[in-house]
Design a protein around this ligand. Structure first.
Ligand SMILES: Cc1cc2nc3c(=O)[nH]c(=O)nc-3n(C[C@H](O)[C@H](O)[C@H](O)COP(=O)(O)O)c2cc1C
Length: 163
């Protein structure tokens, strides 16, 4: 059995919906165990025990969310040089951009010597005003379907040993 670890944080629900749609797609593959962990509870031991990773975060202030950064800060050195070459993908929920958060994860993952196996999947909620930004998010079905498809693709690739 291979393990696919999905680590996420979400403030207004968008990223969580993306992560759960990804997991729904991935769990179709019976020979892969998919674990969904919130960034605040994920530990280095979880990272070491997994075969592949998905990092799912909002873009806040042109950066990954603080709790996602905290996860990397806590786990980076305990996992360094012990997970080289493992595959990963990124899910970003943003208002209108998301590129900087994707770049930050790419730099951290490069330090971990992970292999990016899909382009960062960025979903924009198009929230503009403070009220819209702070409101709970409901992502459209087409965007959740992209996350579900990525989950199915990653899990089947992992099961077949493609990555
Ligand atoms: C403090 C704060 C800063 C934000 N900064 C950005 C930003 O730099 N770029 C962007 O595209 N969206 C930004 N947003 C919008 C969020 O990325 C967007 O609302 C997204 O849906 C949040 O994901 P979540 O629902 O998982 O929390 C910001 C939101 C907050 C609350």
């Amino acid at each position: 059995m291979k393990t696919l670890l999905v680590i996420y944080h979400s403030m207004t629900g968008g990223t969580e919906q993306m992560a759960r749609a990804f997991v729904a797609g991935a769990t179709v593959e019976e020979s892969v165990t998919t674990r969904l962990l919130h960034a605040s509870t994920a530990q280095a031991t979880d990272v070491l025990a997994a075969d592949a990773y998905v990092f799912a975060t909002p873009e806040n202030l042109a950066a990954i969310a603080g709790l996602m950064k905290d996860f990397f800060d806590r786990c980076y050195y305990p996992a360094l040089d012990r997970i080289n070459g493992r595959p990963y993908a990124t899910l970003i929920c943003a208002g209108s951009d998301g590129q900087n958060a994707a770049r930050q994860i790419e730099r951290i993952a490069t330090g971990w010597r992970l292999r990016q196996v899909a382009e960062p999947l960025i979903v924009c909620s198009h929230a503009q005003t403070p009220e819209q930004i702070l409101a709970p998010k409901t992502l459209v079905a087409a965007d959740l379907e992209r996350c579900r498809e990525l989950g199915a693709t990653l899990a089947s690739g992992l099961a077949m040993g493609v990555f």
